[in-house]
Design a protein around this ligand. Structure first.
Ligand code: ZN
Length: 93
């Protein structure tokens, strides 16, 4: 998902991550909620670490097509059993 630069007249520049279909030329400033206009600049040439890229791609995919599971993941933790006698008086399901 690309990052776009915007500038608020009061608060200054900020970045917004949007898909190309959700992008509008006018955004709300995250600080003052005032109108902010798009700023065109050089493309971001920062390299994103491969693990971060995979995580971001998976996050974006799951927003539109959440993975369907048929069971809960196996639990490796046992529920601790309380030895407090007051807990025995609590209602049971
Ligand atoms: Zn602002």
């Amino acid at each position: 998902m690309p990052t776009y630069g915007f500038r608020c007249a009061r608060c200054g520049p900020f970045d917004v991550r949007r898909s190309m279909t959700e992008l509008s030329e006018l955004e709300r400033c995250p600080t003052c909620a005032g109108p902010a206009s798009r700023v065109f600049g050089a493309p971001a040439l920062r390299a994103v670490a491969p693990a971060m890229r995979r995580a971001l791609d998976a996050q974006e995919r799951s927003a539109h097509q959440p993975a369907v599971v048929t069971s809960t993941p196996p639990s490796h933790r046992r529920t601790p059993i309380s030895t407090d006698p007051r807990h025995a008086r609590l209602p049971r399901p």
